[in-house]
Ligand binder design. Structure first.
Ligand code: PMP
Length: 453
């Protein structure tokens, strides 16, 4: 089939239902190819990929080693099921993940997208309490956070807390104990950055004290609530969270779909505070953002509760057609090889520091309320009135205007409401960081101009 560019645009607008996109207003951006951190559209325009193709691309596009690993696997077999069967790449990847994961996180369950990895953790936690040696079947509830995002399937939406995305579906969802976002940059009156960590942990302890006997698990995006607009947690919070969940016998699920795989400067975000959750969910960057692979890594304590004869009905009756698919696993193995052989984590501090230095230039901007960063994740929040903190009405789409301006000038950015997100591939160069920050700044100046256009 050879559609003209106009036909491509027409079909893209009229029949391709895009994710999180108002199709009545959609302006096609049709990418034809990529190379390193660059993307090229069908008209030959070049864009620097400032959001890692939605927070997942790790080493740029068309990385020769990942391309080759997928081709090599294609020469063997593209797909085998993991329902009672296996493949060499799936086993090798399992060992690599277990070797990397902290503590007793020794058992790897495969799915394809991040949402499914969270669903798996929620269901495993629920089932664990029913069939461990000393069962506690009343532990069926969950603790989750305002502004949380864990994906778009209904279990993940139930624990999600972004009003714009999730409220529509409330009648379909199970209820959870919902805590305020442990957000270090928007503190309630009377709370300071010194007392924030204790304040949020006290809130958690109050809920745990009262309800722990009916709570199976707590789920959180550790360090950064991504889709909320890159909301960051006070230092020490994860460690306190681990202590409290252990004290009150509540399983801890870390959704590291966005923050795992080197994003925060360590391989996993939990390593920044040296804590080990009971479930670690990974996706996105696990295949360098090439292919849809996610995992839920569980502890041996959890795994043991699912062992028994078939007749005991302790099996985890959950799985996906492409769970453990060898092509996906080959891409993930190549990703881990690159992390190790090219010492990627060692290269990050210089890039993180450079981004920090460039972002500091925006702090005094009259319409920037907050500049926040964790590793190679950054959010720049726009505000109508810096003095009063009054936000721009969300309908004005100032963040979107800033990012559209950047994109038109060759740096592809995508906002979250009034927050400009900067989340480049880990392979980004210092020059490319400069280009992204320059384009973001120009986009912000454009978007906050009085008419907004
Ligand atoms: N959890 C987090 C923290 C995420 O950021 C995302 C996706 N942005 C998901 C879960 C869902 O992943 P997926 O889109 O692959 O289902």
């Amino acid at each position: 089939m050879n559609l003209t560019h106009q036909q491509l645009r027409d079909w893209d607008r009229s029949a391709h239902w895009h994710s999180f996109t108002q199709m009545a207003e959609y302006e096609p951006l049709i990418i034809e190819r990529g190379e390193g951190c660059m993307l090229y559209d069908i008209d030959g325009n070049a864009y620097l990929d400032g959001v890692s193709s939605l927070w997942c691309n790790t080493f740029g596009h068309r990385h020769p080693k990942i391309d080759q690993a997928i081709r090599d696997q294609l020469d063997k077999v593209a797909h085998v099921t993991n329902l009672g069967c296996s493949s060499v790449p799936a086993i090798e990847l399992t060992k690599r993940i277990v070797d990397l994961a902290p503590g007793e996180l020794n058992h790897v369950f495969y799915a394809c997208d991040g949402s499914s990895a969270v669903e798996v953790a929620l269901k495993m936690a629920f089932q664990y309490w029913r069939q461990r040696d000393d069962p506690r079947p009343n532990k069926t509830g969950y603790i989750a956070f305002h502004e949380a995002y864990h994906g778009d399937t209904l279990g993940a939406v139930s624990v999600g807390g972004v009003e714009m995305f999730h409220d529509m579906f409330r009648p379909l969802l199970f209820s959870v104990h919902r805590l305020p976002s442990p957000d270090r940059d928007h503190l309630p009156d009377g709370v300071t950055s010194d007392t924030a960590c204790r304040y949020y942990l006290d809130q958690l302890e109050a809920v745990l004290k009262e309800h722990h006997e009916t709570i199976a698990a707590l789920v959180i995006e550790p360090l950064v609530q991504g889709a909320a607009g890159m909301l960051m947690q006070p230092a020490g919070y994860l460690r306190g969270l681990r202590e409290l969940t252990t004290k009150y016998d509540v399983l801890l699920i870390f959704d590291e779909i966005a923050v795992g795989m080197g994003r925060t400067g360590t391989m996993f975000a939990c390593q920044q505070e040296e804590v080990t959750p009971d479930f670690l969910c990974l996706g996105k960057g696990l295949t360098s953002g090439y292919l849809p692979l996610s995992v839920t890594v569980a502890t041996t304590e959890v795994w043991n509760a699912f062992l028994g004869t078939y007749a005991e009905r302790k099996t985890f009756f959950h799985g996906h057609t492409f769970s453990g698919n060898p092509l996906l696993c080959a891409a993930a193995l190549a990703t881990l090889d690159i992390f190790e052989k090219e010492k990627i984590l060692d290269q990050l501090p210089a890039k993180i520091a450079h981004l920090e230095m460039r972002l500091a230039e925006l702090i005094d901007h009259p319409h920037v309320a907050s500049v926040r960063q964790c590793g190679l994740i950054a959010g720049v929040e726009l505000v109508a009135d810096k003095e009063t903190g009054e936000s721009y009405p969300w309908t004005e789409r100032r963040g979107w205007q800033a990012c559209r301006h950047a994109t038109q000038n060759g740096v592809w950015l995508r906002p979250l409401g009034n927050v400009i997100v900067i989340m480049p591939p880990l392979s980004i160069t210092l020059d490319e960081i400069d280009r992204i920050c320059d384009a973001a700044k120009a986009g912000i100046d454009h978007a906050v101009a009085p008419c907004g256009e």
